[in-house]
Write a protein that binds this ligand. Structure first.
Ligand SMILES: NC(=O)C1=CN([C@@H]2O[C@H](COP(=O)(O)OP(=O)(O)OC[C@H]3O[C@@H](n4cnc5c(N)ncnc54)[C@H](O)[C@@H]3O)[C@@H](O)[C@H]2O)C=CC1
Ligand SMILES: O=C(O)C(=O)COP(=O)(O)O
Length: 390
């Protein structure tokens, strides 16, 4: 029996895939896995029992992934599973920043007791005129799962699309329309574009990426959309750019009190991934990844360990070891097993940055003493018996 602790509400359709061998709990102090959405884990004490953390979503800035890697805990996310939901909200954001529908609708509602409202409408509507998207230039910053969908959708709205992503993956590049123009730097497009939309992860290198200097170069009347993370742009810079008239509108999925007080900010309460379809997709994918790791030791879509897949074990025993990526780890692991007369039938060793994973199928049952010896090897972080039969 495995215990999965949820830190946020997770789609039932996804949770039901865990099956009868799992207990889903919001309280248990010693779970095997943690499943969450945006819950901030930075101040949380992680129980020793936790082997894997599943982020049902894309962004992992709410999880201390390096710290957990150093504890031998694998963190996985669900690439692309909520991308369509975000893309659709970005299209809405583009329209909301261009047409004064929010003020127009609010004005119309304020007239609900006015029997003459239909006559007033034709007079008042001049206050709510906007601009069209067709023919305008948009810069898409970050061409991953979401950025590619947004760039392609913007093309089909008749926009001239520039994409910027120095680390674009081959898979994303294949998905991107060849009509998207390649920008070699952010500075190259910020002065050209009528719209900029951000789709990068929040990491040290992207924090405050739309800084004061860049906003000063912006084309007057720029509309900036941020459905990625609030800290990519600072509030002070948004304020200053709005006061100078360079920034006409800031659409953000991450508003705070200060931003909500500004007239030209459209603050959405982090609804990018909040559709039934996306919540289900994310939960299904995260549950699949957690099951693969707990039941088979396979790592799928990890952000702090290498992906590693050996299917279902057909030998008597399988052992999974998270360890540091340093010389002679495989040598020490295999000779420790050899000393215990345990033959290795199959194995895989993969590394990612400072950490590595070794998955071994062995031809005989392993004893707790053998596991103890593996745990004592310097650099080994966690050892798990995934399967152990006679
Ligand atoms: N508002 C919401 O509800 C949601 C927000 N997000 C946010 O959007 C972000 C992107 O999501 P996905 O597209 O699914 O992730 P992804 O990992 O598929 O794409 C991110 C892209 O950003 C690129 N990138 C990284 N650093 C960059 C830099 N300095 N300059 C330009 N490009 C850079 C990467 O190469 C990658 O192609 C997430 O990290 C998350 O913070 C994601 C899903 C929902
Ligand atoms: O996937 C992401 O990065 C998101 O921002 C979505 O967050 P959520 O799952 O809606 O709390």
């Amino acid at each position: 029996m495995f215990k999965v602790k949820t830190l946020n509400n997770i789609s039932q359709e996804g949770l039901s895939l865990l099956g009868g061998n799992y207990i889903i709990t919001a309280e248990d102090p010693n779970p095997d896995a943690i499943l969450l959405r945006s819950f901030k884990m930075h101040d949380m004490e992680l129980p020793e029992s936790v082997k894997i953390i599943g982020r049902a979503g894309a962004g992992v800035n709410n999880i201390p992934i390096e710290e957990y890697a150093a504890q031998g805990v694998v963190v996985v996310n669900t690439p692309g599973a909520n991308a369509n939901a975000v893309k659709e909200l970005v299209i809405l954001g583009l329209l909301l920043s261009s047409r004064k529908v929010i003020s127009g609708i609010n004005w119309a509602k304020s007239q609900q007791d006015n029997p003459e409202v239909d006559k007033l409408i034709e007079k008042e509507k001049a206050k709510f005129a906007g601009q069209e998207l067709t023919g305008k230039k948009i810069g898409v910053i970050g061409l991953g799962a979401i950025g590619v969908l947004v760039a392609n959708a913007a093309l089909s709205l008749g926009m001239e699309v520039y994409g910027y992503d120095p680390f674009v993956s081959v898979e994303s590049a294949w998905g991107l329309s060849c009509d998207v123009k390649r920008a070699l730097s952010l500075d190259e497009i910020i002065g050209e574009c009528d719209y900029i939309t951000l789709h990068v992860p929040l990491i040290d290198q992207t924090k405050n990426m739309i800084n004061a200097e860049r906003l000063k170069k912006a084309k007057p009347g720029l509309r900036l959309l941020n459905f990625a993370r609030g800290a990519l742009v600072s509030n002070d810079n948004i304020k200053a750019a709005m006061e100078s008239g360079d920034l006409a509108c800031y659409v953000t999925d991450f508003p705070d009190q200060e931003l909500l007080q500004l007239d030209n900010v459209i603050g959405i309460p982090h609804l990018g991934a909040s559709t039934a379809e996306s919540e289900e997709n994310c939960a299904r994918m995260a549950v699949h990844e957690i099951k693969e790791y707990l039941e088979n030791g396979n790592i799928v879509n990890s952000v702090n360990y290498p992906d590693c897949y050996m299917g279902i074990s057909s030998t008597p025993a399988r052992i999974g070891i998270t360890h540091k990526n340093i010389p002679n780890m495989v040598g020490q692991i295999t000779s420790s097993l050899a000393k215990d007369n345990i033959n290795i039938g199959d194995m895989l060793n993969k590394s990612k940055g400072e950490f590595a994973y070794t998955l071994l199928d062995v031809d005989s049952k392993v004893t707790l003493d053998s596991i103890d010896r593996l745990e004592k090897i310097a650099g080994v972080l966690k050892v798990r018996i995934i399967k152990n039969e006679n």
